[in-house]
Design a protein around this ligand. Structure first.
Ligand code: ARG
Length: 461
């Protein structure tokens, strides 16, 4: 028997090019096991509504189990003539249950409520896997931050030296957006946990089925309150694509820093051999390909998100076939991240840092100028004047090719008499870092507390 799901009112088959356009098994077959799970729950609904006898129900479940086993071991798969995953599995069911019993399961459901349900089930599972990978990356950042606790580096704004910070503070700064991504995934799951099954094509069913029971059978928290919304909306697909794109953007920003750090010019970090590549012509090269692919894939995932939004924006209610275009971009975003995140985790976890080179640069570029101004403020000089005085120190040093920490007591007092020799106490990298001891600051004590907080947050997720 064919799995063709329609045709009664048609006198001829579809044109070849029509079928080629319509066909989706090449990408929706990955939803097969969710479709079978949905069929099992739907058989239960038909049984409870008195539309399947006890025996029929038992036989149907047996046939679905056999079909699933055949899908899993690969002995059953989509044929060239199958339009989509639903049609292919219908063909399978007719094979395992016979046309009489198999032909009963389609009552009261439509591919429209099926596909909307399967997509949510699939997203709930795979977003969980993406989340687990993100958690591993956070752990790798945390481990590196712990290993290198105490190492100073130049903190930058506009890529210019700004103020010294701890390397651990910088690494941990990448853990926080990833923790927020995990919380976004968790929050999205609450919305994904509503089942469209029972909405049928758009208006619900007349067969007395109980969508709440079907929802619970499928592990959902509840069923949709509006059958048109349930079958026609794809905001959750867009939301998933956004969170996935955001994860990619977060990886991309981290990667950009790694790329800079690994240059000869910065010289902060070295990539592990296993997580870098060589050049076919330049023997000395060690390239940060993982980081560059992360940057590149971020563009691709942003494209998937904007493509989805563009697909949805002009659609009237309820279901339109345009919605079939939701799957490939979403699957692509998920597939890409599942390959990418473990590689980024490997790269980050095996970076070795040249703490001496970073520390030597930390005080360069007049990065202690704010400390001079803050010291003057503590001596009751208004910040406006303190900023001016510190700026004068920078100009003085710049003209003479020296750093602020090189200034002698005489030079300081010649710039401004309020600059007594004690100001020299704050002109060290360690002093500058540990002075920033308020919550969230870069002082060692605060960073240690922050790392403990990251561990706590991870445990909660
Ligand atoms: N393959 C479709 C999709 O992915 C589901 C089938 C609905 N098709 C239809 N003609 N109503 O959205």
């Amino acid at each position: 028997a064919s799995g063709q799901l329609w045709g009664g009112r048609f006198s001829g088959g579809a044109a070849e090019a029509m079928f080629a356009l319509s066909k989706s098994t090449q990408f929706d077959w990955r939803l097969a096991r969710y479709d079978i799970a949905g069929s099992r729950a739907h058989a239960g609904a038909l049984h409870r509504a008195g539309l399947l006898t006890d025996d029929e129900h038992a036989e149907m479940i047996t046939a679905l189990d056999r079909l699933e086993a055949a899908v899993v071991d690969g002995s059953f798969g989509p044929a060239d003539t199958d339009e989509d995953v639903h049609g292919a599995l219908e063909r399978g069911l007719l094979e395992f249950a016979g046309p009489e019993l198999g032909g009963r399961l389609r009552a009261g459901r439509s591919r429209n409520d099926q596909i909307a349900t399967l997509l949510r089930m699939y997203l709930r599972d795979t977003l969980g896997a993406v989340g687990a990978d993100v958690a591993d990356l956070i752990k790798a950042l945390h481990a590196q931050a712990t290993t290198y606790l105490g190492a100073a580096m130049p903190g930058r704004t506009h890529l210019q030296h700004a103020q010294p910070v701890l390397l651990s503070h910088h690494l941990a700064a990448y853990a926080w957006p990833l923790l927020r991504d995990l919380s976004r995934l968790r929050d999205l799951d609450k919305r994904l946990a509503i089942s469209p099954y029972g909405s049928a094509a758009l208006a619900g069913t007349s067969l007395g089925l109980d969508p709440e029971a079907t929802a619970r059978d499928l592990g959902f928290a509840g069923s949709a309150a509006n059958s048109m919304d349930a079958t026609a909306s794809r905001d959750l697909a867009a939301e998933a694509a956004y969170v996935l794109a955001q994860i990619a953007v977060d990886l991309s920003r981290l990667s950009e820093d790694v790329i800079l750090w690994a240059t000869h010019d910065f010289g902060y970090a070295e990539l592990d051999d296993a997580w870098s590549t060589g050049s076919s012509i330049m023997p000395q090269k060690k390239n940060p390909d993982v980081a560059e692919l992360a940057r590149g894939k971020a563009g691709r995932l942003i494209g998937n998100l904007s493509g989805l939004l563009a697909t949805f924006k002009g659609l009237p209610l309820a279901y339109n076939r345009d919605l079939q275009e939701d799957k490939e971009p979403l699957f692509d975003s998920i597939d890409q991240l599942l390959v990418l995140i473990p590689a980024v985790t490997g790269m980050v976890g095996t970076l070795t840092f040249d703490t001496e080179a970073m520390a030597a640069q930390a005080s360069q570029g007049f990065s202690l100028a704010t400390d001079v101004a803050d010291w003057l403020v503590r001596q009751r000089v208004p910040f406006r004047e303190a900023h001016e005085i510190s700026g004068a120190c920078v100009r003085y040093c710049e003209q003479r090719g020296m750093e602020l920490s090189d200034l002698t007591a005489e030079q300081l007092s010649s710039i401004d008499p309020r600059l007594t020799p004690q100001v020299r106490d704050v002109l060290t990298v360690q002093g500058s870092i540990d002075a920033r001891n308020g919550r969230g600051g870069t002082a060692t004590e605060q960073v240690r507390a922050q790392l403990a907080e990251i561990t706590q947050q991870l445990a909660k997720l």
